[in-house]
Design a protein. Structure first.
Length: 147
């Protein structure tokens, strides 16, 4: 996002269109003021309107959209997947950190913003878990469950 909210809104619409054309079941909703610390609530409403509008207007395109084999879309998808796998393999091979993924996030591997595990905004809002706290998702992650 550049700060140009109109360009951002159009770009989000294009992403929603690609999601509609490729039959995505879940769309990541982009907001015009993405990356702003306190986005306006109205931006969230506009973002959801954008999704509803695009899906309503183009949601049926998925049955007729067939990108050509080895065309631009498939070639680019293979390239992005390959780069993602290489990046994750490089992160996993990092033996200098106890938790390579958190170290990669702290180093800014996934974006321009560095997120050190022991710094940042919002720590004041974090509370310790109460005795007896249960979160099935955390339990599954700690067990190493894959599904």
């Amino acid at each position: 996002m550049t700060g140009d909210v109109f360009r951002g809104y159009l770009l989000d619409g294009f992403f929603n269109l690609v999601g509609a054309m490729t039959g995505q079941g879940i769309l990541l909703v982009g907001m015009m003021t993405e990356a702003v610390v306190t986005p306006f609530l109205s931006d969230r409403d506009l973002a959801l309107q954008n999704v509803r509008y695009v899906l309503g207007a183009a949601g049926g395109l998925t049955e007729d959209f067939h990108p050509p084999r080895d065309g631009f879309i498939q070639t680019r998808a293979r390239q992005v997947l390959s780069e993602a796998v290489e990046l994750l393999e490089r992160i996993c091979a990092d033996t200098s950190a106890d938790t390579p993924l958190l170290a990669a996030i702290a180093d800014g591997t996934f974006g321009l913003m560095r997120r050190p595990a022991d710094a940042g905004k919002g720590l004041d809002g974090v509370a310790e878990r109460a005795p007896g706290y249960v979160n099935p998702a955390i339990d599954l992650l700690e067990e190493g469950a894959t599904r």
